[in-house]
Design a binder for this molecule. Structure first.
Ligand code: ASP
Length: 356
């Protein structure tokens, strides 16, 4: 049976599978406290978050609305602790904090913090919790955000942790903004239910794919197609989760056929920063998995192209101005979705909803 983090030892929590962890984290509802894994979110939460995100976007359209939003959390401070490179996640969280009036501080380079002097990450995070009300963190260590959340929940300063990307494993807030982007793109066509989502690229090590693929299990009759060279195909752990959840999915290396059928094509780059552990992926020819201007003619009129970015050559720049190229809007949606998540985390979501 699920228990709160305060009722579990670290070994017990760590030993749970990702859904059991999600069930423990959901005990904090109605307000999300820690955001650690995509699997902690259920359909109801996703629908509510999408609605709140749209409400914030709408309120933010004029100065009066912006000032209202800015006053909501002007008494809160957030620490952005990003020890792994980031552009969009960092900047969109920072902008989202500004929207809600949250003051921010950052550590992006541990060479300038006490970690350089040998301080443990655990001590660093406890230190941040002494000064801040929220810690948003990114790390190349899978599971580190979970460990920190457990540590803080069991301390006298139990401030929330938001996982801004952990190792090859999880990127829960990216999957929330991806869901919002899909929902928004298909809102006149019955939403995400019944759509075919095609994932392309490094599916083995791409944490955005891992998080989104499992979040899509919350939607009815979604087909998931995974297109990659054999060496970069989706990990068996996620395949097992999808099978267990009764998801209709297939693995293929036939990119062109998948594009023809897709409602959304989710492109990703080769994650070669992990090569030390898993071989030299730069030797794999991925050029036939690139989305070129010619693919626009094959894509259905209402379909969209997404990418979590950064991109390399996976999507030709000629595609950028097609209305179906959704990645720039997807990026901006990140700012709105992360605002909504923090509004829920601090319990001001109802106040926002009552504004319209
Ligand atoms: N920005 C995404 C991430 O942090 C995707 C990527 O880096 O390829 O996982």
């Amino acid at each position: 049976m699920a228990k709160k983090l305060t009722e579990l030892t670290w070994e017990e929590f760590q030993g749970f599978d990702v859904y059991e962890k999600g069930a423990c984290l959901r005990l904090e509802r109605p307000h999300v406290f820690h955001t650690l894994v995509a699997q902690q979110f259920d359909r109801r939460f996703l629908d509510e978050l999408c609605e709140l995100t749209t409400t914030i976007r709408t309120i933010a359209k004029d100065k009066e609305g912006m000032l209202f939003l800015k006053g909501l959390l002007a008494h809160k401070r957030a620490m952005l602790y990003f020890s792994q490179p980031s552009s969009r996640t960092f900047l969109s969280f920072s902008a989202a904090c500004q929207i809600l009036g949250i003051d921010t501080e950052e550590v992006r380079d541990t060479a300038v913090s006490s970690e350089f002097k040998g301080e443990t990450q655990e001590d660093s995070v406890r230190t941040f919790s002494s000064y801040f009300d929220l810690i948003i963190m990114r790390s190349k260590v899978a599971g580190l955000a979970e460990r920190m959340a457990w540590v803080l929940s069991n301390s006298d300063r139990p401030v929330p942790i938001i996982n801004g990307g952990s190792g090859r494993d999880q990127h829960p807030t990216q999957s929330l903004l991806d869901i919002y982007t899909l929902q928004r793109s298909f809102e006149d066509r019955g939403g995400i239910d019944g759509k075919q989502i095609v994932f392309v690229g490094d599916l083995l090590r791409g944490r955005t794919v891992r998080s989104l693929a499992t979040l899509l299990m919350q939607y009815r009759d979604v087909d998931q197609v995974f297109v990659a060279p054999r060496q970069l195909q989706l990990g068996e752990d996620i395949q097992k989760l999808l099978s267990k959840g009764g998801v209709n999915f297939s693995l293929t290396d036939d990119f062109d056929s998948a594009v023809l059928e897709a409602d959304a094509v989710y492109m990703t780059r080769v994650q070669d920063e992990w090569d030390d552990e898993t071989g030299d992926s730069r030797k794999i020819d991925t050029s036939r998995y690139h989305f070129t201007a010619a693919h626009l003619d094959m894509l259905k009129p209402g379909a969209i192209v997404m990418h979590p970015f950064p991109r390399r050559k996976e999507i030709a720049v000629e595609v950028d101005n097609d209305p179906r190229a959704m990645y720039w809007r997807q990026m901006r949606n990140g700012m709105w979705t992360r605002s909504a998540l923090m509004a829920v985390t601090f319990g001001v979501d109802r106040e926002i909803a009552s504004q319209l």
